[in-house]
Structure formats: C-alpha cells, structure tokens
Design a protein around this ligand. Structure first.
Ligand code: AMP
Length: 218
C-alpha cells in the first residue's frame, strides 16, 4: 500500500507515521529527515540543500524528486511506503504520479488551538529523533529518551511565536495538493478534536479507515 500522510505541523504526523510503519510493515519516509541526514553526513546533496533547510524554504523540486525516487526504489519499499512531507508542491505530486500509484491519502485535521498546545509541549531526542509530548506522550524520566537515553530538546520553531506562521504556511501550501488528489485517490480523514487523545487510539482509527478503503476495492 502506497500512502501519503498530510497534516499540519503538530498534528501527530511523525508519531502516527512511525506507528503505522510498525503496524503495516512498510517504511515511513520523511523527506525532511532524509535532508537533515544528508546535511549531517556532508554528502553532495546535503551541501546543495543546506541553505534551504536553514531558511525554512522549500528545496527545489528537481532535487526533492530525485531523492524521493532513489528512496522508494529501494528494496524495503517493495510492499509500499508512507510518505511524510512529500509532495509539497503540485509539481512534486505530478512527478510522483509518473513514478508510482498512490492508494490512499491520510488527511489529519486538527484545530489550531490543539496544534499550538501540542507543538509547544513537543520534545525530541537529540540522539535518535524519537518524538515525545509533555501532554500525552511523556518520557518516563524528565528530559531523557526512553528508547536510547539521549537528551530531549525543544525545536526552535516549536516556540509559540513561530507556530502561527507555520500553520499559515501549511494551509497555503497543502490545500492545493489536497485538491489535486481529490476524486483521484481515496481519503482517510482523521479529525482530532480531543487534545488528550492517545496516539494508539488515533492510529487505530486511521487503520480502520484504511481497512474500509481496502474492502471497497475487493
Ligand atoms: P520537515 O521536516 O518536513 O518540516 O522538512 C524540513 C525542511 O526540509 C523543509 O522546510 C524544506 O526545506 C525541506 N523539505 C522537506 N520535504 C520537502 C519537500 N517535499 N519539498 C521541498 N522541501 C522539502
């Protein structure tokens, strides 16, 4: 199953994609993570994209598409994948159509006040990237990652004054892409109206939506 997960920053996208990856046995692919890794490793691609990530600008389509193509051609994507953070432009969506077929869109709909509360309490492991939330996904020990013992930190752009801009940018950027997929690909719309909703419950609802789509096809 080839899936795309869309959702505003703080909608739980990364958390859900990671859990779905375990449940469905297909990899979650986050283009932002790939770029951060290439920058860390100092690869030629890393050198090319560094300035865009630093300034929060989109990496040019031809670079992103090349990187994504290479990633989804790998062995672990044979049974499918979950894209997180791609496509971000109509050109990327069109390029993806040429490479492969998308079976479903997971569309996370979360009200702005929940996003703001969630992002300002998000913490990330410096070492392994695991995501925590002081509201509903607390680490066992304050400031320490359960999985690897790494130190937890707050992203600069998770501070409240930046969050509002990020929500606006997401709305502007993503709306046209959702329109592009409407009537082409089935949607699993997941509405989060309760800030305390545990991630496993959300994932269960998303899986139920995916099952319904699967049944409709059979
Ligand atoms: P993210 O971790 O998804 O917030 O992405 C971090 C940064 O990586 C973005 O601000 C962009 O600079 C770059 N990036 C990630 N995915 C894409 C994409 N699909 N198109 C263009 N730039 C991207």
């Amino acid at each position: 199953m080839n899936l795309i997960i869309f959702g505003p920053p703080g909608s739980g996208k990364g958390t859900y994609a990671t859990r779905l990856q375990n449940q469905l046995g297909i990899p979650a692919i986050a283009t932002g993570d790939i770029f951060r890794e290439t920058i860390k490793q100092g690869t030629p691609t890393g050198k090319k994209v560094e300035k865009y990530l630093k300034s929060g600008q989109l990496v040019p389509d031809e670079i992103v598409i090349e990187v994504l193509k290479e990633r989804i051609n790998r062995e672990d994507c044979k049974k499918g994948f979950i894209l997180d953070g791609f496509p971000r432009t109509i050109e990327q969506a069109k390029a993806l159509d040429k490479i492969t077929k998308i079976n479903a869109i997971i569309n996370l709909q979360v009200p702005d006040h929940i996003i703001t509360a969630r992002l300002s309490s998000r913490r990330i492991c410096k070492n392994c990237g695991a995501i925590y939330n002081l509201l509903n996904l607390k680490p066992k020990k304050d400031g320490i990652c359960d999985k690897c013992g790494g130190e937890l930190y707050q992203r600069e752009d998770d501070k409240e004054d930046v969050i509002k801009d990020r929500i606006e940018i997401y709305k502007k950027q993503t709306q046209p892409i959702l329109e592009y997929y409407k009537n082409k690909v089935p949607f699993v719309n997941f509405k989060c109206e309760n800030i305390d909703m545990p991630p496993e419950k959300a994932v269960e609802q998303i899986l139920e939506g995916l099952r319904k789509i699967g049944n409709r096809k059979n």
